[in-house]
Write a protein that binds this ligand. Structure first.
Ligand code: FMN
Length: 358
């Protein structure tokens, strides 16, 4: 027994020693290579696998963006972006008589492709998206001065495109005041939300999940692209399986009754400059999803998705993700167990994270 204890103590000492040595060496690298951008470049030239998956996802996404443009799809991200640019132009104060000269022709090309898809394969395209494009373009041409050749050529093409639905009024309008919810009400909801890790073992009604997702999609996204998917697993077996993939669920994965994997679609961008937008947009939507769940009596916890190759590969295989799809986070949710505790998780003082005009 004594010998066994001695061996364990020795092993623990060895582990601690290895960990300390690793940290010292690692810090040496970080202090030198992290001190300048040139050295950083040298570091990653030698260590090119570190961000390879992400870089590959960005390039594949851009490749898919261009490939997708000539294929039939439910939603056309390039059309969404340009229609949004137009609707923003329509709201400018003062509004210019002629605007969007530099992108109206390509917008009409995107619109024509969407209308052609609607004609050749009815029901395959997101109709509200096409209606929105039609309404905004109608408004754009209605208010544009008839003085510019590019705009006039685009107008002619727009008018001859065989779109066959009534206008739906999806054009700029004064902001509405729909709610009398006050700060105190929101404060109660926000304070009520805590990361819950213990759930009742009963199904979550799909009707409630869908209601929460409808509020999630109302969150702002860059150029209104909505560049994410919520992959929801509400089958208890599947939820358990997916919940066990990330590191952060150790000890409680088995009792998560439903889980959403928030997946960012890098195929939404033609430029690498927008590669972070999936994380911002996906997170804003996730927060609305989480708060909406709270209003429906459901609790949740966000689960971290580390950029760790073995897990990335496993998730990609399991969810059949494209190389350009990036997992942003997971959200476990369900009915909170009556006896489950939540950590206190003290928040930071306001003065520690707020600066004005500094
Ligand atoms: C991006 C992100 C990743 C998180 N990852 C995990 C995780 O892997 N496992 C976990 O149990 N909780 C995770 N959480 C929950 C946090 O631990 C929790 O939000 C934090 O401690 C504050 O507690 P509260 O949510 O109750 O306010 C995560 C939260 C966020 C926002």
């Amino acid at each position: 027994m004594l010998n066994k204890l001695k061996t364990i103590a020795k092993n623990l000492l060895a582990i601690t020693w290895i960990r300390r040595t690793y940290e010292v060496v690692n810090r040496g690298f970080l202090e030198s290579f992290g001190s300048s951008r040139v050295l950083t470049h040298v570091f990653f030239t030698g260590n090119f696998l570190a961000f390879n998956r992400e870089q590959s996802a960005v390039l594949r996404g851009r490749r898919n963006y261009y490939r997708n443009k000539s294929t039939a799809r439910t939603t056309h991200v390039e059309l969404r972006r340009n229609v949004h640019r137009l609707e923003k132009g329509l709201t400018m104060r003062p509004r210019r008589d002629v605007f969007a000269r530099d992108y109206i022709t390509e917008t009409i090309e995107f619109y024509e492709a969407a209308v052609a898809q609607q004609c050749s394969a009815p029901g395959t395209i997101d109709q509200p998206e096409l209606d929105w494009a039609h309404d905004v373009l109608s408004e754009y041409f209605a208010v544009s001065a008839r003085t510019d050749r590019t705009v006039e050529a685009a107008r002619a093409r727009f008018e001859s495109a065989p779109y066959d639905a009534e206008p739906t009024g999806k054009i700029p309008h004064p902001k509405e005041q729909l709610s009398d919810l006050g700060y105190d009400d929101l404060e109660k909801l926000v304070l009520q939300r805590r990361s819950v890790r213990w759930y009742e073992q009963r199904p979550v009604e799909r009707e409630l999940i869908d209601k929460a997702l409808l509020l999630a999609r109302q969150a702002p996204t860059a150029c209104n692209r909505i560049p994410y998917e919520f992959r929801v697993y509400d089958d208890p077996e599947l939820a358990r399986e997916i919940a066990q993939i990330p590191f952060g669920t150790a000890g409680y994965a088995e009792n998560i009754p439903a889980i959403a994997v928030v997946v960012g679609k890098l195929e939404s961008y033609f430029s690498p400059r927008d590669r972070h937008a999936i994380y911002v947009d996906g997170s804003l939507a996730s927060m609305q999803f989480i708060l909406a769940l709270e209003t429906l009596g459901l609790s949740s916890t966000v689960i971290n998705w580390p950029d760790f190759e073995p897990l990335e590969a496993k998730m990609q295989r399991r969810l059949k993700l494209d190389t350009s799809d990036r997992v942003i986070m997971l959200i476990g949710f369900g009915y909170a167990h009556e006896e489950g505790l939540v950590p206190y998780s003290a928040k930071k003082d306001l003065d520690t994270f707020r600066r004005y005009n500094d």
